[in-house]
Design a protein around this ligand. Structure first.
Ligand SMILES: Nc1ncnc2c1ncn2[C@@H]1O[C@H](COP(=O)(O)OP(=O)(O)O)[C@@H](O)[C@H]1O
Ligand SMILES: [Mg+2]
Length: 352
């Protein structure tokens, strides 16, 4: 399993397009020797570098050298460096049995009563923030009809393979292995299944080769349907994080989700308020398009913990669409996700 640290992010303005090969040729020797992958998407160069055996100052030097080398290159507006601290989990060898005695990962469900409140955005950023903090975490996209994690983790072009009857998760560049229906179907293909088949799909995603993962974050579809029931009956999550926007309608749905988990005997880790407060990129004035503080008050009323706020920020949307999760960067929003990850981790440590 990979433990990963994303370290450098520097916006630049340039024009023209440099290919991956051209950019590789610009890298200093050590960075080139340790390079695991390099891709350029919409002017953003994303490098994964093997940092095995390097101490913090040496990593910092290496990152700075990479950013200095690529920051001014044609077609590169940003440089992101992901430092892999150890090697990615090996795909099991064809004849290898599942590691005997290894503990199955604990399950953290991320739910909401309502769609569009940012469950998927939160799940992916929470998973990346947990991975940055050293947690061995995988991500299951349980939204069978509307999968989004392949896009959010930049793995849309990858297909999951099966090994000995179980799926092998797709390794993302962000230290988080992932499985989604989008890794099993053709891009844009509609999925029109009924209940039992949906439940079967969820089982395949969760009972995959997650060897080495200590935690699976499960991005649930909205509401309280077949997927949620299968999740509760078959997999008994260790806890559930509920996502809501601050307005009353979303909060009513969040209360329904809390109720469903509580009835299923799943402890509520807490409620996160997403899209809380919008800072105008032009004048800086902060407004509250969906209200303010509603989720915290609702959490208090439901007697469940409040885990914090994630602001409405266009960068979170843009970075999600580009497959480069905000939590992998260094800005204030990455810090908001890191705070959330700390709270979730504390909870898991206390209850584990
Ligand atoms: N904090 C945020 N700031 C800006 N955009 C956000 C934020 N959270 C989510 N979004 C955007 O809102 C839309 C819905 O989010 P998504 O995570 O897909 O919700 P859900 O999984 O609950 O349906 C997406 O376009 C996403 O990029
Ligand atoms: Mg979603």
């Amino acid at each position: 399993m990979a433990s990963v640290c994303f370290c450098f992010w520097r916006p630049r303005v340039s024009s023209g397009a440099g290919s991956g090969e051209e950019l590789k040729a610009l890298l200093p020797g050590e960075a080139a020797a340790r390079l695991q992958s390099l891709r350029v998407v919409d002017g953003r160069a994303v490098l994964v570098i093997d940092a095995e055996g390097l101490d913090a100052p040496a990593r910092y030097r290496l990152e700075s050298d990479v950013v200095a080398a690529l920051g001014g290159a044609a077609g590169v507006d940003e440089v992101r460096v992901a430092m892999m601290a150890d090697k990615a989990a090996p795909v099991p060898a064809p004849s290898a049995p599942a590691s005997p005695g290894s503990r199955p990962p604990r399950i953290l469900a991320v739910g909401s009563g309502k769609g569009g409140v940012g469950k998927s955005t939160l799940s992916v950023n929470l998973a990346v923030a947990l991975a940055r903090a050293g947690c061995k975490v995988g991500l299951v996209d349980a939204d069978i009809y509307g999968p989004s994690q392949a896009r959010l983790l930049g793995t849309e072009d990858r297909r999951a393979v099966a090994h000995e009857g179980r799926l092998v998760p797709v390794q993302s560049e962000w230290g988080v292995p992932v499985l989604s229906m989008a890794h099993l179907s053709k891009p844009g293909q509609a999925i029109a299944w009924r209940g039992p088949k949906i439940a079967g799909a969820l089982v395949q995603l969760v009972e995959a080769h997650w060897d080495g993962a200590e935690l699976l974050v499960i991005d649930l579809p909205p509401g309280t349907g077949d997927v949620q029931l299968t999740m509760l009956q078959r997999f008994k999550p260790a806890g559930a994080v509920i996502v809501s926007t601050p307005q009353d309608l979303a909060l009513m749905d969040a209360a329904r989700a809390v109720d469903m988990f509580e009835k299923g005997g799943v402890p509520i880790v807490g409620v996160v308020e997403n899209m809380a407060g919008y800072a105008c990129p032009h004048c800086g004035e902060v407004s509250d398009p969906f209200g303010a503080g509603g989720a915290e008050a609702a959490a208090r009323e439901m007697e469940v913990p409040f885990l914090g706020r994630i602001p409405l920020d266009i960068a979170i949307r843009r970075e999600g669409d580009a497959g480069t999760p905000t939590a992998a960067g260094n800005g204030p929003q990455a810090e908001a996700f890191a705070d959330l990850a700390r709270r979730v981790r504390d909870w898991l440590d206390r209850t584990g």
